[in-house]
Design a protein around this ligand. Structure first.
Ligand code: HEM
Length: 406
């Protein structure tokens, strides 16, 4: 092919107006040309961008590609120059390879099984109902992000980890700052350090007085306090923002697709499938990075050792070769196998929890407010910038018809 490999000149920083749910146009075009493109990072590093479904999945499962933080020296939008990136702190296993990664993931796997998470369903229902009650009382307008989408996963993950109730607001604020893509560099660093300090205190408190939660359960292992602190940080940061953005952006997407919302309302049995389709369609955890540990031949290219690869999960989840009519939100779709939770050894540890939360929260919201609608024109809903790690809406103003008292 004459133009193979295609080169993407720069990482797009905006989405097409009126298409808040679709990956940026340039990424969709890149995928249409080839599943892999050359990508010159702003600092001059010649990397790769992978947008095809099969290739993304293959790389995610390939141990020749590393997740180690110290190898990720280049940023797709910002030129940081020649910087030294330190390895991930102990316990922060998302950015580690084997065998370190397994040391931390293994003791957690049993705590996040389908069975364990199903047992949590009742508690998630209670938490959801409490937030819907508060929203109804304060309404009939609300910001769905602050009233519903953020606090529900926040309460759930805090309860799992044994973070006391009174510290929740502190967490939400700090995690929001270091992941939301809107704070300044100084604010991000301050929020990260404040969270780390808090977690150190929390681990010490659990040692002194263990309670019934995931963190206390791990005290019997050979993990050090510093490692436990890192693991808690990963769980908190991965569990808060992702699910919150799926709930808010998912509600926005359903309100913009009334036929799909009606299908979900008419047939509650569709819920599980609907959640999978929303995960595929929205792919809020939109991209991850890997670094080739050796020269790897893939798709007719040599990915040289030390090269950074951007895996565009949201574009891969819109690959027409894998998902027919990929840009349609179709809750009855049965294709399965989306990459919204990634694939391979780093595949989302909390996916069953996220599923329980979404399977409970979406139907409960639309049951409680049958007339739920946007309170502003759709174009005015503020979206997170592309530079944010997790995509979503900053706020979602909604309204509904208040029940008339007979
Ligand atoms: C990893 C997405 C919810 C905990 C990941 C990865 C993705 C992801 C794409 C893999 C990153 C990679 O391959 O490098 C999501 C989405 C969620 C969600 C879309 C919500 C809809 C949660 C929740 C928890 C959680 C609720 C927590 C309790 C984790 C952890 C990892 C992870 C601990 C690291 C796994 C590892 O490196 O072995 N998530 N996640 N996630 N997620 Fe989630």
């Amino acid at each position: 092919m004459a133009d193979f490999p295609h080169t993407l000149a720069a990482m797009p920083t905006t989405r097409r107006p009126g298409c808040p749910f679709d990956p940026p146009e340039e990424l969709i075009e890149a995928r249409a040309r080839s599943p892999i493109s050359r990508f010159p990072f702003p600092d001059g590093h010649q990397g790769w961008l992978v947008t095809g479904y099969d290739l993304t999945r293959a790389i995610l499962a390939d141990p020749r590609f590393s997740s180690r933080r110290e190898l990720m020296k280049h940023h797709p939008i910002i030129d940081f120059g020649d910087i030294e990136v330190p390895p991930a702190p102990p316990g922060e296993f998302l950015l580690m390879d084997e065998p370190q990664h397994s040391r931390y993931r293994k003791p957690l796997v049993g705590k996040f099984t389908v069975r364990r998470m199903r047992l949590l369903t009742e508690r998630v229902e209670q938490i959801t109902a409490e937030h819907l009650d508060a929203m109804e009382q304060a309404g009939p307008t609300a910001d769905l992000v602050t009233a519903f989408a953020k606090p529900i996963p926040a309460v759930v993950i805090c309860e799992l980890l044994g973070v006391p109730y009174e510290d929740r607001a502190f967490f939400q604020e700090n995690v929001d700052k270091f992941l939301g893509g809107e704070a300044t560099d100084e604010e991000v660093m301050a929020a990260y350090l404040a969270t780390q300090r808090y977690l150190a205190e929390l681990v010490a408190a659990k040692r002194a007085d263990p309670t019934d939660d995931v963190l206390s359960d791990l005290l019997d292992s050979d993990l050090t306090d510093e490692e436990l602190q890192g693991m808690a940080l990963i769980l908190l940061s991965a569990g808060f923002d992702t699910t919150a953005n799926m709930l808010a952006l998912g509600t926005f997407a359903l309100l913009q697709n009334p036929d799909q919302l009606a299908a979900l309302r008419d047939d509650p049995a569709l819920t599980d499938q609907a959640v999978e389709e929303l995960l595929r369609y929205l792919s809020v955890a939109k991209q991850f990075f890997r670094v080739a540990l050796e020269d790897v031949e893939l798709a007719g290219q040599t990915i040289e050792a030390g090269t950074m690869v951007i895996l565009s999960l949201n574009t891969a989840n819109r690959d027409p070769e894998r998902f027919p009519d990929p840009h349609a939100l179709d809750l009855r779709r049965r294709d399965g196998g989306h990459l919204a939770f990634s694939h391979g050894v780093h595949q989302c540890l909390g996916q069953q929890l996220a599923r329980v939360e979404m399977r409970v929260a979406f139907p409960a919201l639309f049951d409680r407010f049958p007339t739920l609608r946007l309170a502003v024109p759709a174009e005015e809903v503020p979206l997170r910038p592309e530079v944010a790690d997790i995509y979503g809406v900053k706020s979602l103003p909604v309204t509904w018809d208040a029940a008339t008292i007979p």
